[in-house]
Structure formats: structure tokens, C-alpha cells
Write a protein that binds this ligand. Structure first.
Ligand SMILES: NC(=O)c1ccc[n+]([C@@H]2O[C@H](COP(=O)([O-])OP(=O)(O)OC[C@H]3O[C@@H](n4cnc5c(N)ncnc54)[C@H](OP(=O)(O)O)[C@@H]3O)[C@@H](O)[C@H]2O)c1
Length: 364
């Protein structure tokens, strides 16, 4: 397994760094949803990457007023989003779900604060860029129409990082993807449900009925994420289709089956790709080795691949099991694993903020 520092070298967006004494003015940054899974990681990643923060505010619902959150070696006290005044703040990283986002994002944007939103609310809005910085960094420039930039769904983010360099070489026609998504993708209550249900299997009297999920998640898999659509697919599957088209290329056809698995953190995907041109598996491996944000771990031996527990806390999207699909003319299969709270959410959002800083705002 690659050490952490090695994986981090593979990031596309250079952090905003300043030689000591040369920094003029940094950013005033808000994290909304700071007590949640994604918000907590946002604070960690802003600190780890030394994002040039002059002032930072941690916000959540009134329920969490006064709760303490860590930001590097500092402790922040959570404020109430409902009464927060965004005037004079530069960037707000939102991780609070669609309903609350609908209420608060326009308020922040109107006050002149650029919102980088993790919910699905704005992803398909033509006036809102949907950005994965390794793939379409230039799309950030369109932020000003609404003062909002959308972060993609966790399963889409890691997949498009892998698809883009292969698409540039051999033009992707069609993708067939099956996901194995961890429970942290449904928030902190879902993590508790997996933990409590697992414990309840062994401790009489502590059995836990399904609540967050429609069926038992401990020692089980559930082929259903988000609501059902009219055509029988689920919204999560639809998101992978629509978002891949918006971020990479509208011509790419995608069909997805999204499955929840009893893993705490780390999404995995089995991806089958059909290309217009022939692409040899060795060349695909070389292309992915050079690609931003990716770390290839692909040895055809016991353990020569990455599993979700190994990707937790890391920045990279890991690719393993790269092989020709001999059932079609131009096909490749691969296995893709990433920390859904990082590349799938918080890291991507911070990378968007860095891209916005480097390309447009140029403070710090
Ligand atoms: N988890 C992932 O892998 C992932 C990936 C991509 C996108 N996302 C998206 O990111 C968002 C957050 O997900 P999460 O996993 O971090 O959820 P979570 O662990 O359940 O946390 C939710 C956060 O939102 C806050 N919140 C909820 N309703 C609020 C309201 N009305 N006003 C103010 N704050 C409110 C909560 O504050 P309290 O603690 O005060 O309730 C908490 O801080 C969701 O939109 C999700 O779809 C998640």
C-alpha cells in the first residue's frame, strides 16, 4: 500500500502556498454542516492543505449551537446557520443536505459569498458549474452566474477522475458501472445504524431494526440508493449518468447499478468501459499512472489491489484490476476505490476552492 505522502503528491490542484512574509490577505471561509461527516472532513482538509484562511466560521443547525469542532490545532465553536450573516465572507463550503441548502445557499450567494455546495440541489442547473478539478477546472470560471459551484455525487467524482484521461486517449462510448458504497455516504446516522446493528447481532436485547435504510445493512448489501425513478433505476444511478455527461462529455453513455454495502468509509466501483479506439491494458495502466489524482496499485497477485479500508483518510483515487474486456472490440475493466468523504465530497470541495482561488479570486 502506498504511503500517504506518496498518494498526496498525485493531486492535481496545487495548494495555495506563500513563502513566509509574502502573504497579503487570505480568505474568510465558512463551513456549513461542520458537525457532519463531510463538514468535519472539510475543516480537516482546509487545515492539512494550509488553505490561506484569515477567518473561519463553523456552522450547523441550532441543535449544535456551541458544539466544538477541530480546525488544525484550533478549536472552533459552532454557530447557528440560521442567524449567520454572510456579508464580507468569501467562500462557503456547504454540506447540509438539499433542503437546508435551498434555504441558505441563495442567502449566502446574494451576500457575495461564493457557495461550494455538496448537495444535489444545483448540480444539474445549467447556470451552476459542476466541477471535479482534475477533469474540468475551467468550468469554475462560470461560477458568477449564481455565485454557486456544485460538487458532484461521491460515486461520480471518483469515477470521472479515472475516465477522463482514458477518454482523452481513446474516446469512451459506454460505461457499465456497479458501485459498492459505504454507509458514511448517507451521513452520520447511517454509520451509527451499521455499528448498532452489527453489535445487536451478538448482544441479546440490543437488536436494531432498520431505520435509515429500508433493509438490514449489517452483514448484508442493499441494491437501492436514493429514491426510485419511473424507469426502475434509482436517483443515485441517474446521478452518475447525468453528472458524468455534464463533467466529462455528454456523448458518453452510462448505465449504473448502485449498491450500499456494510463498509464504514470508502466507495468501490467495478467499471467496464467501451471505447471508440482500441486501448491496450498496458497503455491504459500507463495513462492512469500519469493521471492527476490517481494512484495505480495493480499487481496480479494476492493483495495486489486496493480495498476501501486502505483508502480511508487518503486523497487519491486508487485504480486496480486493470484488464482487457475480451467480450467487446475495445473494452477495459477496472476497479476504482476512494474515500467518499474526501475525494467524493470534502477534498473535492476544497480543491474547487483552491481552483477558484488560483484562477479567479487570487487572494492569499
Ligand atoms: N457523505 C458523503 O459521502 C457525501 C458525498 C457527497 C455529498 N454529500 C452531501 O453532503 C451533505 C452532508 O452530508 P453528510 O454526510 O456530512 O451528512 P451528516 O453527517 O448527516 O451531517 C449533516 C450536517 O448538516 C447539518 N444540518 C442539517 N440540517 C441543517 C439545517 N436545517 N440547518 C443547518 N445545518 C443543518 C447538520 O447539523 P447538526 O449536526 O446540527 O444536525 C450536520 O452538520 C449532504 O447534502 C450529502 O448529500 C455527502
Amino acid at each position: 500500500m502506498a504511503p500517504l505522502f506518496l498518494a498526496r503528491r498525485f493531486l492535481y490542484v496545487p495548494p495555495i502556498h506563500h513563502p513566509k512574509g509574502t502573504r497579503t490577505m487570505g480568505y474568510k471561509v465558512v463551513v456549513a454542516g461542520a458537525t457532519g461527516n463531510v463538514g468535519r472532513e472539510m475543516l480537516n482538509i482546509l487545515a492539512e492543505r494550509q488553505f490561506p484562511v484569515d477567518e473561519i466560521a463553523a456552522l450547523a443547525s441550532r441543535r449544535s449551537l456551541g458544539t466544538e469542532c477541530s480546525f488544525g490545532d484550533k478549536t472552533l465553536t459552532t454557530q447557528d446557520l440560521d442567524t449567520f450573516d454572510f456579508t464580507g465572507w468569501d467562500i462557503a463550503l456547504f454540506a447540509i443536505g438539499s433542503e437546508a441548502t435551498e434555504k441558505y445557499a441563495p442567502k449566502a450567494a446574494k451576500a457575495g459569498c461564493v457557495v461550494i455546495d455538496n448537495s444535489s440541489l444545483y448540480r444539474y442547473d445549467p447556470d451552476v458549474p459542476l466541477v471535479v478539478p482534475e477533469v474540468n477546472p475551467e468550468a469554475v470560471d462560470g461560477y458568477a452566474k449564481k455565485n454557486i459551484i456544485a460538487n458532484p455525487n461521491c460515486s461520480t467524482a471518483q469515477m470521472v477522475v479515472a475516465l477522463k484521461p482514458l477518454h482523452d486517449r481513446a474516446r469512451i462510448k459506454r460505461v457499465v458501472v456497479s458501485t459498492y458504497q459505504s454507509v458514511s455516504g448517507s451521513g452520520k446516522d447511517a454509520m451509527d445504524e451499521l455499528w448498532d446493528q452489527t453489535k445487536g447481532m451478538y448482544v441479546p436485547g440490543q437488536e436494531k431494526e432498520p431505520d435509515v435504510y429500508p433493509k438490514q445493512i449489517a452483514f448484508n448489501v442493499i441494491p437501492h440508493i436514493d429514491k426510485f425513478m419511473e424507469d426502475g433505476s434509482t436517483k443515485e444511478e441517474w446521478k452518475m449518468v447525468a453528472e458524468t455527461k455534464k463533467i466529462v462529455d455528454p456523448k458518453i453513455k452510462v448505465t449504473a447499478t448502485c449498491v450500499r454495502v456494510p463498509v464504514f468509509v470508502g466507495h468501490s466501483e467495478a467499471i467496464n468501459i467501451e471505447f471508440e479506439d482500441f486501448l491496450d491494458e498496458d497503455e491504459a495502466r500507463d495513462i492512469l499512472r500519469e493521471a492527476p489524482g490517481i494512484l495505480v496499485v495493480d499487481k496480479r497477485e494476492d493483495g495486489g489491489y486496493v480495498t476501501p479500508v486502505e483508502c480511508v483518510g487518503d486523497y487519491a483515487t486508487f485504480i486496480s484490476r486493470i484488464r482487457q474486456d475480451s467480450t467487446i472490440e475495445n473494452g477495459i475493466n477496472l476497479w476504482c476505490v476512494s474515500d467518499n468523504l474526501r475525494k467524493g465530497a470534502a477534498l473535492n470541495a476544497v480543491q474547487i476552492a483552491e481552483t477558484l482561488g488560483n484562477r479567479v479570486l487570487q487572494k492569499g
